[in-house]
Design a protein around this ligand. Structure first.
Ligand code: FAD
Length: 456
């Protein structure tokens, strides 16, 4: 990018929000995939007007724009693969309104998920989408990836909570699809189109979110199993028993060992699998549900099934759950981190076939995730210094995708396609749908400046 253009970008956001220095370009060259691509410049927008001017300038000069929240993505979505501008939205972090009467929150994209949750909980309300990255990932990034989390089994993913958006298109035009209404069927549902669009259609600058009443209470049960099969059977039995938990999380033996090494919360390192099952609702219903779930776990072979009703104990359990990804990362120099999803009843078959892949390819594969909604995080560990091991890990990932698709599943339940899964998208949805998606992108972003190189 030439110096005159750099000056023009700088004049839009001011010198405190602009950098073309080595250090910043390095800092904003990565996300959670550990892949690296350097932007030419890094800029922070503080309001929609600035975003509009940035988009117009970029569009006129065909400069690629890479929107970025916390950079915690697992598929390379925010990486500046073609240089250009790393456009950081983290300074647009105001919760503009919590409308208690109408159960709507209006926020800027850089608001951190957990900050919003705490703010609405203080008013007796609940914003359910809870990615494990909730303490640092932004609502803008959550919307752009359609993030999910443990509560999805009962409450659905981010998509279910977006009522309206303000979006700056690659041309600099501002549109406001949706609004603050639960019912609104005027025209095509562009809100849903932007949800999960991974920054390729426009820059989200404001979000209207649906809130629900905060459940009265919660109970969290940790069940320990000798084997993965017994845990998987419990997942299936729970769902079939007409119990709808607020979360149903799974970790295998490798994950248990990794978390215990990382957090030391007293997990049994000789167990085959652990389930964390949460129920929420009124106190009188909770007691019955807890009993039912605990006995179901025992019937399916659990060594123990105990509830953590105390808030501190519960939080410890959830912190351990949220630490799995980082804990597993500490087991090997690198990992391929996939997030396939299958219909929940297929989880035992998915895990059985992943185990075969691990054995045949002589790899350690650690599995954990949102067993209640069928979304399993498959972590294939490898050391790039061991000859041929990275290739084996990548081949194993491809086999896992194939297995998921054979079981009516998806190559990604929540992390998005980004760059890491772009080669496999057509396998799942077919050429015609890929062509339609490309054509849609062209309508919103005719000069292909919005996050080019992603998804397709
Ligand atoms: C430890 C860990 C645990 C995780 N657990 C989960 C989990 O449980 N569930 C889950 O779904 N994900 C999880 N993730 C992945 C990641 O946190 C989510 O994808 C999250 O939604 C990304 O938010 P972000 O603010 O970091 O966005 P970024 O990573 O910065 O960006 C993600 C994508 O969104 C686009 N984008 C960001 N902001 C905007 C905007 N304002 N307008 C348009 N596009 C934008 C970017 O271009 C990019 O394509 C986890 C990640 C980590 C590191």
């Amino acid at each position: 990018m030439d110096n005159n253009l750099k000056k023009e970008f700088k004049s839009i956001v001011g010198s405190r929000n602009y950098s073309d220095g080595e250090a910043e370009r390095f800092c904003y060259s990565y996300d959670a995939t550990r892949l690296q691509y350097r932007p030419d410049i890094v800029i922070f927008a503080e309001n929609t007007e600035q975003v509009v001017r940035i988009a117009k300038l970029a569009n006129e000069n065909r400069i690629p724009l890479f929107p970025r929240g916390a950079g915690s993505g697992f598929s390379g979505g925010s990486l500046p693969v073609k240089g250009g501008v790393a456009l950081c939205l983290t300074k647009m972090n105001r919760i503009k309104e919590i409308d208690v009467a109408n159960l709507v929150a209006t926020v800027e994209p850089g608001v951190v998920n957990a900050d919003l949750r705490r703010a609405v909980e203080a008013r007796g309300l609940f914003y359910p989408p809870d990615p494990a990255s909730l303490e640092f990932s932004t609502i803008g990034g959550n919307v752009a990836e359609c993030a999910g989390g443990p509560t999805c089994i009962k409450y659905g993913v981010t998509r279910s909570y977006i009522l309206g958006l303000e979006v700056v298109l690659g041309t600099g035009d501002v549109i406001r699809p949706g609004g603050v209404l639960v019912k609104n069927v005027a025209g095509y549902d562009l809100v849903r189109l932007f949800c999960g669009s991974e920054g390729t259609l426009g820059i989200i600058t404001e979000i209207n979110l649906r809130l629900i009443p905060l459940p009265e209470g919660k109970t969290t049960i940790m069940a320990i199993f000798p084997s993965v099969e017994q845990a998987a059977k419990t997942v299936a039995r729970t769902v079939q028993s007409r119990i709808l938990p607020a979360a149903l999380e799974f970790m295998d033996a490798t994950c248990i060992m990794a978390v215990e090494r990382y957090k030391k919360i007293g997990l049994p390192t000789d167990a085959g699998a652990v389930l964390i099952i949460e129920a929420d609702g009124p106190a009188r219903v909770l007691a019955a549900q807890r009993e039912r779930i605990e006995s179901l776990c025992r019937e399916c072979g659990a060594i123990s099934a105990a509830s953590a009703d105390d808030e501190k104990e519960r939080e410890n359990l959830w912190q351990a759950r949220r630490a799995i990804s980082s804990a597993v990362s500490s087991l090997a120099p690198r990992k391929v981190n996939e997030d396939v999803a299958v219909p929940p009843a297929q989880i035992p078959e998915l895990l059985r076939r992943i185990d075969i892949v691990a054995k045949e390819m002589d790899l350690v594969i650690a599995n954990f995730g949102h067993a209640g909604d069928g979304n399993i995080h498959v972590n294939i560990l490898y050391d790039p210094d061991v000859q041929g091991m990275q290739k084996r890990a990548e081949d194993a990932a491809e086999r896992v995708f194939d297995i998921a698709l054979e079981l009516n599943g998806t190559i990604t339940g929540e992390h998005g396609v980004g760059i890491t899964k772009a080669d496999f998208l057509e396998k799942q949805i077919g050429r015609k749908q890929v062509e339609l998606m490309r054509a849609l992108k062209g309508v919103f972003d005719p000069n292909n400046i919005m996050n080019p190189g992603k998804i397709f």
